[in-house]
Design a protein around this ligand. Sequence first.
Ligand code: MTE
Ligand code: QUE
Ligand code: MOS
Length: 798
Amino acid sequence: MSNHIVKKTQEELTALFHQDLTTGVGRSVKHDSADKHVSGEATYIDDRLEFPNQLHVYARMSDRAHARITKIDTAPCYAIEGVTLVITSKDVPGQLDIGAVVPGDPLLADGIVEYVGQPIIAVAAKDLDTARKAAMAAIIEFEELEPILDVEEALRKKHFVLDSHQHKRGDSVNALASAPHRLQGKLHIGGQEHFYLETQISSVMPTEDGGMIVYCSTQNPTEVQKLVAEVLGVPMNKIVIDMRRMGGGFGGKETQAAGPACLCAVIAHLTGRPTKMRLPRVEDMQMTGKRHPFFVQYDVGFDDSGRLHGIQMELAGNCGYSPDLSGSIVDRAMFHSDNAYYLGDATINGHRCKTNTASNTAYRGFGGPQGMVAIEEVMDAIARSLGKDPLEVRKANYYGKTERNVTHYYQTVEDNLLEEMTADLEASSEYAKRREEIRAFNAKSPVLKKGLALTPVKFGISFTATFLNQAGALIHIYTDGSIHLNHGGTEMGQGLNTKVAQVVAEVFQVDIERIQITATNTDKVPNTSPTAASSGADLNGKAAQNAAEIIKKRLIEFAARHYKVTEEDVEFRNGHVRVRDQILTFEELIQQAYFGQVSLSSTGFYRTPKIFYDRSQARGRPFYYYAYGAACAEVLVDTLTGEYKMLRTDILHDVGASLNPAIDTGQVEGAFVQGMGWLTMEELVWNAKGKLMTNGPASYKIPAVADMPLDLRVKLVENRKNPEDTVFHSKAVGEPPFMLGIAAWCAIKDAVASLADYRAQPAIDAPATPERVLWGVEQMKRLQQPAKSAAAVEVEPA
Ligand code: MTE
Ligand code: QUE
Ligand code: MOS
């Protein structure tokens, strides 16, 4: 029965042809690995069969924040049975520095250590425990140097990893001096550990001619390929990176996956043996960088309606010890210091402060969230000083449709959806009614206080480093009609592979089951950009669409020739092809095309149109379009303990014409909770010597099931195509909804402000942990004059 193929009649084929494809774009196709994630069959690098002879690598980390290395004695390591090799910076055959954009990150410390956690030596042994034991046996001596651990101190001393930068429009000095009201304030915003489930890991197999195949959990295979080649001193064509999936990345594997890969490669090169390095959680948390903490100072001028006349902001990112991606990250904070608002005359300064901590790196939002938190704090402070509902002040400052619609970097905000979305969300969340109910509840409830906040999100889509906005893809169709799909993006759980496969399914009009998703691989699609900036589906979806359309065009030309019909007579639908009146199956056409000597393989390419940016002038159109969202959060705060519970959150989020509503809804939910976690509970604590004390799940609290809002209602904006020519008019979804979490932080501050009749802004830095909330409560209780703000100082108009 199995190899007996029953031929369908033309009527049956015609009926199938006229049915709709159910796995193309816009459908809630399940994540291609969903079943494997649940059953545990999805293969991560640590699940791969071990190579015979494989060595396990462990790095000994610095226990000093800043010191000169005066002695390294590795002889005691070799006394431990099972140790093969110990390397220091001197053993790296090629270039030592693995800085992503500019140098600054030695693979192993070279004479000096700059943070607690910096790798100094690497040991290769028969297993991880042996390697760790041996690494700890090495004798390393230091001469201590003075560390800088505090971002404010670094800012004061102009201790920077890169130059400061400015965005400027108009005359903010004059605007501040002449505005009817003026406030000044400052805010500390905490960092965030990525806490991907799979820690950093790489495994390397040496091959012929000095080559290497590197299995690496990375968002940036091409960067790892380049850096492995550089540390070995070989050309990039010797190195292949293979990446099937990550157990989460969130930005943490954009640059910082390269260290373990390079250490594995160097040791594989020196020993000729396969290697693997997997960072245990505590090592991962100490060695690798996090979201940048920011210190923000602002000076804002506004009128009676709360509308901004001008603003000056100093955004100081705590970059850690090296530049990494901090240039672009602080830029993105500056680009998003307007969030959804027309700033008036604005001067935004961005500083990249150097401290003796791990080098901070990309994290969902890439600096954008920090800039947006800053301006949302300003909105709240203005509302409190004027005695207005913060939502009213926010709406008064929204970008307009035809005027007040140019950003402080001179990009025109087109297709702004926030006015309508805010109105929709206000209605569906019953904002006004609940505001009244909450005021009434708070008036009667002396200890428990409720808070409410509705905050918008506008997030720019595109890498601001314009050249990165490109992608490639590779499609083969085999003679049985099965399709092999490869592209330059990486899967980290976000559903990118599923979306790109849906795009290809749509173009060929075949079921997604026919398409095999394959590992990202630098010898299939070269010179790829990192999967970052939420652009994975935008860029790789378009590249795959391009590859598929090239093959489809060849198939149509072939069919027209072969059947002596016009190209308009050939139509693909639901696994079938109509050639004038005759219906073929897709595989029939593929077989005929093969015998007709048609190439069934193609690359595809895409580059984002329209965007440009002149950084020296801080002007241009860095973003192809904006993604929008809004969240309304309600919280209950216990003013005796500072503890709180998220009661309800309503979200409305814009993904254009969704490629996959199920995946997009999952992204919105996950991003919101991750953003809420960042601003309310995830707290990084270092001791006085610069050691990270919150270095595991026992002391670093990420949101758990019980921290979810009791009632979470997520809706995607419907029937809304991206007016730009994006892939099937969808919009990027990975990062923008992260900033919906700001509503939770503002709701907490709202509950606390109720203690001063909403006339004072409590100084509650992020994250608003119960301790900080309690301090905020204390401030409010101490205020004799309710009109005085604790967080912001009112300045007399000139
Ligand atoms: N979703 C999951 N499940 N895991 C992740 O690591 N990373 C986020 C977001 N969503 C991430 C995720 C980040 S930081 C980015 S930039 C985007 O996914 C990247 O993927 P995309 O461009 O394909 O949306
Ligand atoms: C958003 C991003 C990135 C970005 C800019 C964004 C990003 C990234 C880079 C970058 C910049 C310069 C380089 C480079 C990378 O810029 O992830 O290699 O030379 O890596 O607006 O997410
Ligand atoms: Mo995401 S921070 O751009 O990897």
